[in-house]
Design a protein around this ligand. Structure first.
Ligand SMILES: Nc1nc2c(c(=O)[nH]1)N[C@H]1C(S)=C(S)[C@@H](COP(=O)(O)O)O[C@H]1N2
Ligand SMILES: [Mo]
Length: 237
């Protein structure tokens, strides 16, 4: 019954059956997880539909959103802004991002609540290339990320942001990133817990200091290295 969620972590699943979801990926059964994951449980309690626990597709990922609904953006209306302490402010369409050098990474994804999805391909533009394209000003120390869900945010130090395993990703699992996984564009910070990988990315702002992101203001570490933060001892990814 749970054949298409092989690799999922232990967690209580409830077969939703027909909820009128009707979308591709729902066929064969939809699952909701009762998330008892500490602070993240607060998220589902704010979602009266229960759909925030819906697992889209196979592979062991769990759906997270700190908002009850997220608008859709695509070719026509998606923009990624790069601003703040830069020489030229950028406003990029999906076609602009696709025209840049694409980098692919295949690493494990690890959520701070414990679930892990091994060998997950992501591809997109290195964040460092976008920063170079905009021209980072002297004195800049960090990068802040904002999202078109209107609520989530993240941050990296400049040194972290310039690592070659940090992507502005447009594909995940070798497909365009679907809405549930933060499409059309999400951040992918390979060496850190997955909360750093902001979904529905719409803003990159170069700043003079680190501004803790959504979950970081609620207790998670800003420097979220897998296995070396948040009191966890996971194997490195
Ligand atoms: N915009 C936004 N990005 C987000 C989150 C979120 O709630 N909103 N949750 C984070 C957390 S805690 C995890 S584990 C991953 C989940 O990604 P997934 O829904 O593709 O599995 O997204 C991260 N990025
Ligand atoms: Mo997470």
């Amino acid at each position: 019954m749970e054949g298409d969620s092989r690799g999922s972590p232990v967690g209580r699943r409830v077969v939703l059956g027909m909820l009128g979801l009707g979308a591709a990926g729902v066929a064969g059964g939809a699952y909701v997880q009762n998330r008892l994951d500490g602070v993240l449980a607060a998220v589902s309690s704010k979602d009266p539909t229960g759909l925030s626990g819906f697992v889209p597709g196979a592979g062991g990922f769990r759906y997270y959103s700190v908002t009850g609904s997220v608008p859709h953006r695509g070719e026509a209306d998606y923009r990624l802004t790069v601003d703040g302490m830069v020489r030229s402010r950028l406003s990029l369409r999906l076609s602009d991002l696709r025209a840049m050098t694409q980098t692919k990474l295949v690493r494990d994804v690890q959520c701070v609540t414990g679930w892990r999805v091994p060998h997950t391909p992501f591809s997109g533009v290195r964040l460092s290339e976008l920063l170079d394209a905009a021209g980072v000003e002297r004195g800049a120390k960090a990068v802040r990320f904002t999202c078109f869900d209107g609520a989530y945010s993240e941050s990296l130090t400049m040194a972290q942001a310039r690592r070659d395993d940090v992507l502005v990703a447009m594909t995940m699992m070798d497909k365009p990133i679907g809405h549930a996984h933060g499409g059309p564009v999400r951040l992918y910070v390979a060496p850190m817990y997955f909360y750093k990988s902001a979904k529905w990315l719409s803003g990159i702002s170069v700043t003079d200091n680190v501004r803790p992101g959504y979950w970081e203001r609620r207790g998670y570490d800003v420097d979220a290295w897998v296995g070396r933060s948040n009191g966890r001892g996971d194997a490195p990814v």
